[in-house]
Design a protein around this ligand. Structure first.
Ligand code: ADP
Length: 432
């Protein structure tokens, strides 16, 4: 039997017993008075507790729970226990919800929760820049009114969302976003967004690179193929004809070889880790060897000057640095008409060391200078090719310098000449 009922019945029974005793030992009137007084007090106590209960129900906190008397004590204790377990599960639920929201906010991807009418219910911080939303302003608004691209509207009308949608934004900055809609809870939807701008850029660079390499290889291959076909079509190839074709075929095959070598150098540089400062580079030896190279390329057509002022020690990877410097020297020779002057210098400036190659050659118009270190970028394609250029020389230079924490400064004036300066910071020189 319930505690409340048990206590109530035993109290009523006690009143009745007391009334009977009064009637037995006193009089019937005394018995009746005892019954009435007992029931009236019982009613008053119940009304009082009922009032306590009503007051507590208006603001049911654990701290303000009344104590209660008699059977009411059991009622209040039961209420107290229920309220406490309810309070615990509510706290647990709040914690879970808080953790879920924190996780959503920390996500590197954008998340937007949409209701059945595509109105925004919740937005995480990453989704704001992806879709141009404002969390405070846009909650409750229709997503279609905020993201107005037709492709997005068409995507939202679809039946299936297995494929992501890629959106391109030009303002406020160039942005490529991949969007995926995930329906849940039968009517709601999750809109997930990811910034793929960098990925798209890499893919474009890769596509351009493959197109450039194919283009570079196609011309020499076509030339060699053409010669071989012509020779094949001849019933009898005399030695004079063969000797006439041979140098041209050799030149084209050398061109392909140089290109492949430059590509391999670039890929090696890109794939290997940062250069540790391990080797003491003998710059005197390096400059002498560069001068010999320049003279070999120039074949006496240019004046090659060595301006070797510094005896500072440089730390780095000798082979890589030689490849970079040699590209600069080769460019100076190739882009300087005969009788021009080429100066190689190794100098100390404050805390920096400068290796520079200056020429009195054709120079470079100002607008091309920022793009010179891009792969296959050339000012004059024909001139570069005819002088044996692959369009990869300065890209190799840039990579080597990045690995040595050095920088390249280019100054040039058309028809006057150019200067390429490689600048090494303080921690690349000094005795160790
Ligand atoms: P390339 O094999 O075509 O020389 P590079 O990457 O070495 O490729 O150079 C990129 C472009 O920069 C060249 O095609 C040329 O137009 C320009 N360039 C580089 N060095 C010089 C220079 N010393 N004088 C004039 N133009 C230069």
């Amino acid at each position: 039997m319930h505690e409340f009922l048990k206590r109530t019945l035993s109290l009523l029974f006690s009143i009745l017993l007391l009334a009977l005793m009064m009637a037995w030992f006193g009089s019937v009137e005394l018995g009746l008075i005892t019954v009435i007084a007992g029931l009236a007090s019982w009613l008053a106590v119940n009304l009082y507790h009922l009032a306590l209960l009503l007051r507590w129900l208006q603001s049911p906190t654990l701290e303000r729970m009344p104590d209660g008397f008699g059977a009411w004590h059991a009622v209040f204790m039961t209420l107290y226990r229920n309220r406490r377990s309810q309070h615990h599960s509510q706290k647990k639920l709040t914690n879970v919800l808080e953790r879920f929201i924190n996780a959503g906010e920390a996500m590197p991807d954008g998340v937007v929760v949409l209701d059945e009418n595509d109105r925004i219910e919740w937005v995480n911080p990453m989704a704001e820049p992806h879709l141009g939303l404002d969390r405070k302003r846009d909650v409750g608004n229709q997503i279609l009114n905020l993201v107005r691209q037709p492709a997005f509207h068409a995507y939202m009308q679809q039946e299936s969302f297995s494929q992501p949608l890629v959106l391109h934004f030009a303002q406020p900055r160039e942005l490529v976003i991949s969007l995926q809609l995930v329906p849940f809870d039968s009517t709601r939807k999750l809109l997930l967004s990811r910034d793929i701008t960098q990925l798209e850029r890499v893919q474009t660079v890769l596509k351009d690179f493959v197109a450039n390499v194919s283009h570079e290889l196609r011309t020499p291959l076509t030339v060699v193929g053409g010669f071989l076909e012509t020779l094949g079509d001849m019933p009898k190839v005399d030695e004079a004809t063969f000797r006439q074709f041979l140098p041209m075929m050799l030149e084209q095959s050398r061109r392909m070889q140089t290109l492949v070598e430059d590509l391999l150098t670039l890929s090696r540089l890109e794939n290997s880790a940062k250069v540790e400062i391990v080797e003491r580079v003998d710059m005197q030896l390096m400059l002498d060897s560069l001068r010999v190279e320049a003279e070999g390329l120039s074949q006496g057509h240019h004046e090659i000057v060595l301006n070797n002022c510094s005896h500072a020690v440089l730390w780095g990877a000798t082979r890589e640095l030689h490849s970079a410097f040699s590209n600069l020297v080769s460019n100076a020779v190739r882009y300087t008409p005969p009788a021009g002057r080429i100066t190689l210098a190794w100098q100390e400036h404050d805390n920096e060391l400068h290796f520079s190659v200056s020429d009195s050659g054709i120079g470079i118009p100002r607008e091309h200078i920022p793009r010179l270190t891009e792969r296959f970028y050339r000012v004059d394609r024909g001139r570069s090719r005819s002088s044996g250029g692959t369009g990869l020389g300065l890209a190799i230079v840039k990579h080597v310098l990045v690995r040595h924490q050095a920088r390249l400064e280019i100054s040039s004036e058309p028809d006057k000449g150019s200067t390429f300066v490689v600048i090494f910071a303080r921690d690349r020189h000094g005795d160790r």
